[in-house]
Design a protein around this ligand. Structure first.
Ligand SMILES: Cc1cc2nc3c(=O)[nH]c(=O)nc-3n(C[C@H](O)[C@H](O)[C@H](O)COP(=O)(O)OP(=O)(O)OC[C@H]3O[C@@H](n4cnc5c(N)ncnc54)[C@H](O)[C@@H]3O)c2cc1C
Length: 627
């Protein structure tokens, strides 16, 4: 068994920042990651980091823009912390050597981004994430932080207490992708999940194949509620044939959107009379699809993004990467032609419920980055606000897990605050129709987790609290599960199940949603879940068995697809990225609250907690959101 003070699961932006912070507090910290850190998806981030650095800007403006962008579903204390700490964290990156783009006078450049009232997006060309990742990885190497790369974490080692908020996390179980060994990792102080996005729930996404939501799925099954999962961001400018992102930086630099009639539709049809192309992402995505639905799309599918008028010098100086992406993935020369673009899944606003120190309701279990929901994005994330979230809340989680006293977080987690039961709502979820798992699920293919441990049930729920024993038992359970998957020689393969899931989610739980489609998605997810009981791995090898890894990941995608859809069906209003055909208005009286979903031993339970609109010095009053 490996043993460290703090285990960080994931080597992307959030994980690296958390590891550095924990190390600075004197902790023995290790990163366990299925990809080498610099292959993490943070490396794909193009546009930039929002930070109020310049005269004329301040954190209050950043906080206000973020709250408005969130459609008043973000929590004010978390939003204000993001806006207050982002400048210092960004300067810290600069001090570590991050090569930010600069003006002629040497100051760091900032560009306009959607939904921002000030040009506050700091960037390094159109490769901001790549440079951010490499800058922080250098610091990890310099500090001698141990990295277990190509280790796949398949479950958490959590005690068996009946009430999730009594549980403790003592480590993780990981599968060495290079050798096939399954081992326990014990964390003396804490485990920080920093596993990134879940874009593989959809088939048209800007996310990498590795973005399978492993962290949220593991935390959810261990008893931590998922928050606001229905809020999925669809980015307005992705390449139609691959989903590869064309950064908002193109519109920030002055790029223009046209429909098939050559009209600048954002203004022509009044979608955003002030900000036009630089309206918030949800607004632009809906506008594009409305154009297509009204017959003004190109090939009934996409619109054009034109940057030719910016000129070759400016494009190659600030957006060179975009030229490569458009040419390599769509065969288009951005200097000579407009680029075809359409909305694609991009970001999950919801995630593992945490407080401002990254702590979940399970003692010793933290989360940060895209897998977490602290909540700064509410129902719609502003471009350029994810990268600061990684460094601000990654650092806080690292410090806290290492034992530093950051004071009480203002947001409580778990079912301790003011809550509203699902029964009190007119929720359209039909009992039984969407049950997340059957009893057999917990047996073999699904494996179960600490919260559903067979022995604990037989013991009448007796709690195992001794850390080494908790990890050892979790290792045994994972060995049994994985051996079973490898030994089974017939059944259904994960690829067809994953494709069915992605197809239904893309069809039914996209930018435009309606009750019939959401119910259809839940039926499809249930079918996939049942079929997964018979899943098998065709490749029996022990080394670099991607078939096995993808099979385990597919189970996570099923649980998360269901979480997204359950939340979307219950929320009968239009807020941020969540649009409902039958309910096209924001209903503040009823819905100014976070959707919470508890695993509840396989029968998901929806409940709600209020949004916090009271900030440090003011209350953010919900206003009509126009751009
Ligand atoms: C194309 C693109 C462009 C973007 N551009 C911007 C931008 O300009 N500005 C902005 O603010 N935001 C941007 N975003 C959003 C932002 O980049 C992401 O939200 C953020 O980088 C996620 O960082 P992370 O550290 O949470 O996860 P990641 O960087 O995805 O890292 C996740 C890590 O977890 C590890 N991991 C996952 N599962 C397991 C497991 N089971 N076991 C072990 N390890 C595991 C992976 O190996 C990886 O190291 C962009 C997103 C995309 C997709």
């Amino acid at each position: 068994m490996h043993e460290h003070d703090v285990l960080v699961i994931g080597g992307g932006g959030a994980g690296l920042r958390a590891a550095i912070a924990a190390h600075e507090e004197g902790a023995d910290v290790a990163i366990v990651t299925k990809l080498h850190p610099v292959r993490s998806h943070t490396g794909a981030a193009e546009g930039g980091i929002n930070a109020a650095l310049r005269e004329g800007d301040d954190w209050e403006l950043h906080a206000y823009d973020t709250m408005k962008g969130s459609d008043y579903l973000g929590d004010a204390p978390a939003i204000e912390t993001l806006a207050q700490d982002s400048p210092e964290e960004t300067v810290q990156l600069e001090n570590w050597g991050m090569p930010f783009s600069r003006e002629d006078d040497g100051t760091v450049s900032q560009r306009p981004f959607g939904g921002l009232s000030f040009a506050r997006t700091t960037y390094a060309g159109a490769e901001t994430g790549h440079h951010m990742l490499h800058t922080m990885y250098e610091q990890v190497v310099k500090r001698g932080i141990q990295v277990y790369d190509e280790w796949y974490v398949s479950d958490l080692a959590v005690t068996d207490h009946d009430d999730p908020s009594d549980r403790e996390c003592h480590g993780v179980i990981a599968y060495d992708i290079k050798t096939g060994q399954i081992e326990g990792f014990k964390a003396r102080n804490g485990v920080i999940l920093a596993t990134g996005g879940l874009g593989q729930v959809y088939d048209h996404t800007t996310n990498a194949v590795a973005n399978t939501g492993d962290g949220p799925a593991m935390a959810y099954r261990a008893g931590v509620p998922l928050e606001d999962m229905e809020f999925v961001q669809f980015h307005p400018t992705t390449l139609p044939s691959t989903g590869v992102l064309i950064s908002e930086g193109v519109r920030g630099e002055g790029g223009i959107l046209y429909n098939s009639e050559g009209e600048r539709f954002m203004f022509e049809y009044g979608y955003a009379n002030n900000d036009g192309e630089l309206a918030s992402r949800d607004v632009v995505s809906r506008a594009e699809l409305t154009e297509v639905n009204n017959g003004r799309g190109v090939e009934d599918e996409y619109v054009y993004l034109d940057m030719r008028h910016l000129g070759e010098e400016r494009i190659t100086d600030r957006l060179e990467n975009i030229l490569h992406l458009a040419r390599d993935f769509e065969g288009v020369d951005g200097l000579e032609e407009p680029m075809p673009v359409k909305p694609g899944q991009h970001y999950e606003m919801g995630g593992i419920e945490t407080d401002e120190n990254g702590l979940t309701c399970i003692d010793g279990l933290y989360a940060a980055g895209e897998c977490a929901c602290v909540s700064v994005h509410g129902s719609n994330r502003l471009g350029g606000n994810a990268l600061p979230e990684l460094i601000v809340f990654g650092a806080r989680a690292g410090r806290h897990a290492a034992g530093s006293d950051l004071g009480e977080a203002e947001i409580t987690t778990g079912r301790t605050g003011e809550i509203e039961e699902e029964d009190g709502l007119d929720t359209p979820v039909e009992p039984g129709a969407v049950s997340a798992s059957t009893e057999e699920d917990d047996a073999v293919a699904d494996g179960g987790n600490a919260g559903g441990d067979d022995d604990a049930v037989a013991d009448g729920g007796a709690a195992v609290v001794e850390p080494d024993e908790t990890v050892r038992r979790a290792v045994e359970r994972e060995r049994t599960r994985i051996e079973h998957l490898l030994e089974k020689d017939t059944g259904v393969q994960h690829a067809s199940l994953r494709a069915d899931l992605q197809e239904s989610m893309t069809e039914n739980v996209n930018v435009f949603r309606n009750e019939e489609g959401l119910k259809q998605a839940l039926e499809d997810i249930q079918e996939v879940r049942e079929a997964y009981q018979d899943v098998y791995v065709s490749d029996p090898s022990r080394t670099f068995n991607t078939d096995l890894i993808h099979t385990i990941e597919t189970r996570n995608l099923i649980d998360l697809a269901e979480a997204i859809t359950l939340g979307a069906l219950a929320r009968d209003e239009f807020r941020g990225a969540h649009w409902r055909q039958e309910h096209q208005e924001r209903k503040d009286d009823e819905w100014l609250k976070h959707t919470m979903l508890s695993w509840n031993e396989g029968t998901p339970e929806l409940w709600y907690k209020p949004t916090i609109l009271e900030g440090e010095d003011k209350t953010y009053e919900p206003k009509e959101r126009s751009y």
